[in-house]
Write a protein that binds this ligand. Structure first.
Ligand code: CA
Length: 640
């Protein structure tokens, strides 16, 4: 006991010093004029299932606390909750994803209200997940004509809202459908979707006259689709207040585009706008033995490092974007969906099944056999939360509380950008002397790097292969991926040079769009590719080719990559011409997004002085939606 007294004295003496330190180590750019009623929202739909499965939440001091206490203390002022009509099988087993029905919404809503936070009620009008890929009709409405479905949806909405009202829940917004790009409650035509939305809107106006009515779509990177949704909502006179979007930086285009699209809709139709879903990963690790959407590899854009600082910068930038265009708020999606505490896949799996704490349980197979029924499991976003894998609040959660004043700590190195090199087997292996450091304010600075020793001769002798070389820069580990490739005789072979490089396109039938496009997720290598699109039938017809002179005599192999869709009748082939005469062609095709076809031509005999032309011919009738496609990674290599 004696030892405690000096210890306590030390602590007491240390306290004023601690209080003077920044209250958060992360840099937070201030948005000083952000209005007090700007919605800083959090979707916590899974929370009841998590708590039932044994998850505990802790504040920044390590004390076990109610999640809603922690969120409210850290500046969250709005809670979002999804509602499925009946997410249970015939035996009463929950489909998972929080088993979110109106009862969970009421329980979550009461806790939000008790903590001074408003509730956004997100009706999916389905018995399970509704998104651009699926909008399945609730079991009870299956086989009904549209007119009776309209009646049922109106009654259902009204009944649910009355229950929330009876429970005293402060409902601030009601969302009529979730990511309704391609339908609602099993209806696909916009005319029918509008009827359903309209009757839902009438129920909101009746029960919660002060609540805002919200429609919600995904994929703002497709600006024309958004303008079409907004125009159809006006055409069918759907009564709503807020046009909301999902914005996941990995897939949903730039913030500038988001601002342009939403402010155009805001100004054209006099609607409020907001981000109803966003999130960003603070780690690449998985915490629950069930793979994550944002994991190693995968086709996504990474505008910020996967660190708490990167997460904060992403959130601040999205809030800033909405603030800039007069948006009313930003909701973070499932910021508290932490791993269940089983400690192994088997134990976690039992908890997901019993409490519905994973994204889907096996019981969902009855309703959704193709997706949930096959791939059910845990949480795919436990690396995008504001809590660590054991439920302790991360420093990044403070962003909502500190956003107006900011947190002006000195800018430091937060992460290093990976280096990727492609070096042909005849080339010289030169690693860069500096790497890009991503600073905590998301600016970049070149810092000197020291690479570990590598055997250049062995790499050149080792054929086509990729090597990972580690190094140290600014006290952090740097990574360089070196891909050893065959010497490619084509210039600008991966379309990374915007100025078109050596490629010549010949537009034969008036194709509307033919150009080099920057979009990493649509590229085989690098961030760019050649894009084509045309809305009118029979207008996609073009060649894209490159001429190569002074090739050494020998035998060559040519390959190119193409993907696309809505082609209708297609005639596509790769070809090689020598001195203007076609000597070989290989048929190709387009099928669907990100399915790359790679036609190959081998055994091309080239003599000294020959002029070789390699290319691709594309002709599509179109399917009515406008044929489109991408071309990338052309290779002309010497054959051994
Ligand atoms: Ca996971």
């Amino acid at each position: 006991m004696k030892h405690l007294i000096p210890l306590l004295l030390c602590l007491l003496l240390a306290m004023p010093v601690l209080a003077e330190e920044a209250e958060c180590p992360l840099y937070i750019r201030a948005i000083p004029d952000l209005s007090e009623d700007f919605a800083l929202g959090m979707d916590v739909s899974s929370v009841l299932a998590l708590e039932a499965a044994g998850v505990k939440f802790y504040d920044h001091d390590g004390n076990e606390r109610d999640l809603f206490d922690v969120l409210a203390e850290n500046g969250v002022n709005y809670i979002r909750v999804r509602v499925w009509n009946d997410p249970f099988d015939s035996q009463g087993n929950g489909y998972g994803g929080g088993n979110c029905d109106i009862n969970t919404a009421i329980a979550i809503g009461k806790r939000a209200t008790d903590h001074g936070m408003k509730l956004l009620v997100d009706f999916h009008y389905s018995d399970f997940w509704a998104d651009p890929a699926k909008q399945m009709v609730p079991k009870a409405w299956k086989g009904k004509r549209t007119t009776s479905k309209v009646k049922l949806l109106g009654e259902y909405t009204r009944d649910c809202l009355l229950l929330l009202k009876e429970a005293g829940v402060d409902v601030g917004m009601v969302q009529l459908g979730n990511e309704s790009n391609n339908g609602l409650a099993g209806e696909k035509s916009f005319a029918n979707m509008a009827k359903l939305m309209s009757v839902g809107a009438a129920a909101v106006r009746e029960v919660y006259p002060d609540a805002l009515i919200c429609v919600h779509f995904a994929n703002p990177e497709n600006a024309d689709s958004y303008y079409s949704y907004a125009s159809k909502l006006a055409e069918y006179e759907v009564d709503y207040d807020v046009f909301a979007t999902s914005y996941y930086p990995y897939w949903h285009g730039t913030l500038d585009n988001l601002k342009t699209v939403l402010s155009t809709i805001r100004q054209t139709y006099g609607k409020k706008v907001m981000v109803a879903e966003t999130s960003y990963a603070w780690t690449i690790e998985d915490g629950d033995f069930s793979g994550n959407t944002i994991g190693e590899g995968g086709a996504y854009v990474k505008p910020y490092p996967f660190t708490q600082q990167g997460q904060v910068n992403s959130v601040v930038d999205v809030i800033q974007a909405m603030h800039d265009i007069g948006g009313i708020g930003v909701f973070y999606w499932e910021g508290a969906w932490v791993p269940v505490p089983g400690g192994s896949w088997e134990a976690n799996s039992a908890l997901w099944e019993q409490y519905g704490a994973g994204w889907a349980s096996s019981y969902a197979a009855e309703y959704d056999p193709q997706d949930a029924g096959k791939y059910y499991g845990g949480c795919a976003c436990d690396n995008q939360t504001f809590f660590d894998f054991t439920g302790h609040a991360l420093e990044s959660l403070k962003v909502f509380r500190l956003i107006r004043q900011g947190n002006d700590v000195p800018v430091r190195v937060d992460a290093l950008e990976d280096v990727t090199l492609m070096i042909d087997l005849t080339g010289e292996i030169m690693l860069p002397e500096t790497v890009n450091a991503v600073m905590s304010d998301n600016s970049r600075q070149a810092v000197p790097v020291e690479w570990e020793p590598y055997d250049a001769d062995a790499m050149k002798a080792g054929g086509v292969k990729t090597y990972t070389i580690k190094g140290v820069a600014g006290g952090m580990e740097a990574t360089c991926q070196v891909a050893m490739i065959e010497y490619n005789h084509l210039q600008n072979w991966s379309f990374e040079d915007e100025e078109n490089g050596e490629w010549v396109a010949t537009n034969i039938s008036g194709c509307e769009q033919l150009y080099i496009e920057e979009k990493k997720t649509d590229s085989v290598t690098g961030t760019k590719h050649y894009h084509f699109y045309s809305a009118a039938a029979n207008t996609v017809e073009f060649t894209l080719e490159q001429q190569v002179e002074n090739l050494p005599a020998g035998t060559y192999r040519y390959e190119i990559a193409i993907m696309g869709g809505d082609g209708g009748d297609v005639n596509i082939y790769a070809y090689v011409k020598i001195n203007g005469v076609e000597v070989a062609r290989t048929p190709s095709t387009i099928t669907s997004y990100n399915v790359w076809d790679k036609p190959v031509i081998e055994g091309v005999q080239v003599q000294e002085g020959d002029v070789v032309t390699v290319g691709v011919y594309v002709k599509c009738s179109g399917s009515g939606n406008g044929a489109w496609g991408k071309i990338d990674d052309a290779k002309l290599n010497t054959m051994k």
